[in-house]
Design a protein around this ligand. Structure first.
Ligand code: HAM
Length: 420
């Protein structure tokens, strides 16, 4: 027996109500804020990701699904959505449009991670990006939009963390100071942190291991090293977020796992869980478009993990709208009746009444049992008499009541009850 690959999940029909609920709200949110949908391919040139996410990151060193296609092109299944959006922005000359260009996506993301609750090798992200404006008001809009998304879903007990990690002119001094500080604590750190010290010192700050936590807590803060521009940008973002009454906390340990960020970074986490379970995160990436071969274009964005959102909806017992009512079942007795049943089912569907015909050669009892297990509330029965008279017997499966009606009456009746 084949199984879905480790770290992937089938989203079964009974789960789809949650997914529809989240997707509908995501799309409504984007309409409200003026973001347009962009779909990009599931795989891209591997360089797009190594250059943007960063050579030293976990995603690039350990988690990317890379492969060579039959023409020898080196490709990767997308491990995140921002770089493909920037690639499309450049490829389609969107820098000639009025800026900022506001885009959103709902897309499958692939990362070879160690699977656990809320962590998959294929997951889905809802993300949005505003490209082409450095205004801190845009940072505030993106953070508000992310927060509003969770509000629209009815999720509570969430934290909003904010930080600024500076830009390429002020970050080197901060990194030096961070390394100086950490060099005195190296022996007590976990092995991952020892490697981070060399490869990606910023990531030392978000290690979840107890041994490393206290060291990270007392480490120098990036906000104390911001240049004038980054400092005033951060202060303005904070001022705007306060004016919008968003309940954020400044978290000096928030650094994010991708290298392209500059200035503002933020994350939304459920109460009581580690950063492992972040529902979403984002930030500014003012150098990325230039890095990918364009002119310097500032940008900011956010993405949420759909599986984690669904998990939290369930944990918080948030009721989602019921799935559409099960269809009307059309049962039949005999070959002639079967042909009539197929025709009737087709007519019902043309009239927007969801319907299915019984297939196979089950007895009427067997067909009723089948209708019952499908959850159909109504069964239309066609037997010899009905074939002759053109009428239909309608059985209400909830009450057991049966009556014979004309086809016109049947459609009227079913239209009324299925739209109730
Ligand atoms: P990220 O923090 O790597 O950011 O991923 C965004 C969200 O995707 C996470 O907060 C989490 O909810 C979900 N997620 C990540 N990995 C997994 C996984 N293995 N299984 C399940 N869910 C997962 C980004 O990818 C950036 N592109 C976000 C962004 C957009 N920044 C600017 N614009």
């Amino acid at each position: 027996m084949y199984k879905a690959p480790r770290g992937t999940a089938d989203i079964l029909p009974e789960e789809q109500g949650y997914w529809r609920y989240v997707e509908d709200r995501a799309i409504a949110l984007c309409l409200l804020y003026g973001y347009q949908r962009l779909d990009t391919p599931a795989f891209e040139d591997v360089q797009l990701f190594t250059r943007s996410i960063g050579e030293g990151t976990d995603i690039v060193t350990k988690e990317m699904y890379t492969f060579e296609d039959r023409s020898g092109n080196l490709l990767a299944l997308r491990p995140e959505g921002t770089a493909p959006v920037c690639r499309a922005y450049l490829e389609h000359g969107m820098d000639n449009l009025p800026q900022p260009v506001k885009l959103y996506y709902l897309a499958a993301i692939f990362r070879y991670e160690r699977p656990q609750a809320g962590r998959y090798r294929q997951h889905y992200q809802f993300g949005f990006e505003a490209i082409g404006d450095a205004d801190p008001a845009l940072d505030a809009e993106i953070v508000e939009m992310a927060w509003r998304f969770f509000e629209l879903l009815g999720l509570g007990r969430l934290y909003l963390y904010l930080n600024s990690i500076g830009c390429k002119s002020c970050r080197p001094e901060y990194l030096e100071s961070l390394k100086r500080y950490y060099s005195a604590h190296l022996s007590g750190l976990c092995s991952d942190c020892k490697a981070r010290f060399e490869k990606n010192p910023l990531r030392l700050l978000d290690c979840k291991k107890t041994a490393c936590y206290d060291v990270a807590e007392a480490a120098p803060k990036s906000t104390d090293y911001l240049c004038r521009d980054c400092k005033s940008h951060f202060e303005t973002v904070v001022e705007y977020l306060k004016a919008l009454k968003l309940p954020f906390d400044i978290n000096h340990r928030l650094v994010r796992g991708l290298d392209y960020y500059t200035k503002t970074v933020f994350e939304i986490q459920p109460l009581g869980d580690g950063a492992q379970s972040a529902l979403g995160g984002g930030g500014r990436y003012d150098d990325l478009i230039e890095e990918l071969g364009g002119k310097p274009v500032p940008a900011i964005g956010f993405a949420a993990g759909m599986e984690r959102v669904v998990l939290n909806l369930k944990e918080q017992k948030i009721a989602v709208p019921a799935l559409p009512a099960p269809p009307v079942f059309v049962a039949h007795l005999g070959n002639e009746a079967k042909l009539e049943a197929v025709k009737l089912t087709s007519i019902l569907r043309k009239d927007d009444i969801a319907a299915i015909t019984a297939t196979g050669d089950r007895s009427l009892k067997g067909q009723l049992r089948q209708a019952n297990s499908l959850g159909s509330n109504y069964v239309a029965i066609i037997g010899d008499d009905e074939v002759k008279s053109g009428a239909v017997t309608l059985r209400n499966m909830m009450t057991g009541e049966q009556k014979t009606v004309s086809r016109v009456e049947l459609i009227k009746l079913l239209t009324r009850v299925t739209q109730e």
